[in-house]
Design a protein around this ligand. Structure first.
Ligand SMILES: *Cc1c(COP(=O)(O)O)cnc(C)c1O
Length: 423
């Protein structure tokens, strides 16, 4: 098994912990920037290429601004994500609004920010006109139905997914939008999540490029943008291979040359909305072992819990764990590593072979930079952790403080009960 190395040492972690108590999510600025540059390089062949970072993955303004400096836009799907993006200085074509089941206020806000609006359904054409207006450029989200297959089997089930519209509905949406004054169009689709293969984007691109040619012929709509959305995965397990973004970019370029260029559509801009691939490996959850317990199994209790990282409890996801300072020690102990929720699925690892863990050891839970902190919740009255940035120069910066009980109770401030709390 190849080893997964954390991006901090025990000494660095101790230095940060002296400042910010565990648990906290830590992000690696250097890794984030290098990866973002590689993404832009992989698609540099496409003139209009832009990555719109999926804000839901890691909604922290400092991280959004780093990505902004690297040329990325943002993909939002709610009012608050739009507010956050607006405050970070994103505007107009820097913002994709890819929502579904969209509330009126959210749609209005996206329109007011002049964002690229991506309609999830044919009925949203009238909805958009009624609540906001029809912008010059509109995207429509596609759902091909059935299953999405790659050479190695079924990747996902678009036919069971709530998103997007059928091809006929796409054609009708474009025709009606043109009649309402829209001039430029985009296609968007998200057909498989966390794919660990270089073939996903090229395969998806092939489907969308052919769809674009058909829709253009059928409706005369000027299709200017094709958004491959998210779904590019990362190697959570040490034995998995990482996606090669250069190979992925090249695979998409081949389809572009094969399908769009001969159809006279060589000026189409490619967009992506990656969340996981942009940040997951460049974040980790730093937590301290605070208890050990020996019953029918061996347990290590840490000071983080599923409220700080939900993926293992929710999806049974694997997150690699390194015990800092014991990187080279033999993994000869089998543990369940748990948090303190009154939920037996609150386990970061089950039957995991790790070095012998002592109370006070610092554990790094890997690949929490996307869909980690952001999925946090307050079950059992647990509080969300801090977020810390490990800056390129080796210093660190608190980019979000930990929640306090006052935050937890804040929404009761309209009740007389609130005054009784000893905060
Ligand atoms: C969640 C989401 C993304 C990002 O997905 P990743 O798996 O993080 O790449 C992009 N676009 C839309 C519309 C999404 O819902």
């Amino acid at each position: 098994m190849s080893k997964k190395k954390p991006f901090i040492t025990l000494e660095q972690a101790q230095d940060i912990i002296a400042d910010v108590p565990t648990p906290f999510h830590l992000y690696d600025e250097k890794g984030i920037r290098e990866n973002a540059r590689l993404v832009n390089k992989a698609f540099a062949w496409n003139k209009g290429f832009k990555e719109y970072f999926a804000v839901k993955a890691t909604p922290n303004p400092y991280l959004l601004q780093i990505l902004q400096e690297e040329g990325c836009g943002v993909d939002c799907s709610s009012y608050t994500e739009l507010l956050l993006s607006e405050a970070c200085g994103f505007h107009g074509s820097d913002i994709m609004f890819s929502s579904n089941d969209t509330p009126v206020e959210d749609m209005k806000k996206a329109y007011d920010l002049d964002a690229y609006i991506n309609l999830d359904d044919l009925t949203h054409v009238d909805f958009l006109q009624r609540v906001a207006g029809i912008p010059k450029t509109v995207f429509c989200r596609y759902n091909p139905g059935g299953t999405f297959d790659l050479g190695n089997g079924i990747m996902d089930n678009p036919g069971d997914a709530k998103y997007g519209m059928t091809e006929n509905q796409m054609a009708e949406a474009y025709t009606r939008l043109m009649a309402m004054g829209a001039e430029n169009f985009g296609i968007h689709a998200f057909l498989a999540s966390n794919t660990v293969t270089d073939d996903y984007y090229p395969e998806l691109a092939g489907i969308l490029f052919e769809l674009a040619v058909r829709l253009h012929k059928r409706t005369g709509a000027k299709i200017r943008y094709i958004n491959l959305s998210g779904g590019v995965g990362v190697a959570y397990r040490p034995d998995q291979r990482s996606n090669d973004i250069m190979a992925i970019g090249e695979g998409v370029r081949k389809k572009f040359e094969e399908i769009l260029v001969p159809a006279g559509m060589g000026d189409v801009a490619i967009f992506t909305e990656m969340g996981r691939f942009m940040l997951a490996p460049y974040g980790c959850l730093v937590t301290e072992a605070i208890h050990e317990k020996h019953i029918y199994k061996e347990y290590i209790g840490v000071d983080a819990c599923a409220a700080n990282l939900m993926r293992p409890a929710m999806y049974g996801s694997y997150h690699h764990i390194t015990v800092l300072g014991k990187e080279d020690a033999p993994c000869d102990h089998k543990y369940d590593v748990t948090g303190g929720l009154c939920e037996n699925n609150d386990k970061f690892a089950i039957d995991r072979m790790l070095p012998k863990i002592d109370k006070g050891d610092i554990l790094v839970i890997h690949d929490t930079g996307a869909h980690g902190f952001s999925m946090g919740y307050n079950y059992n009255g647990k509080l969300r952790s801090a977020e810390v940035l490990l800056c390129e120069d080796g210093s660190h910066q608190l980019i979000r403080r930990a929640e306090t009980p006052a935050d937890y109770f804040a929404t009761l401030d309209i009740t007389p009960f609130y005054k009784k709390l000893k905060l």
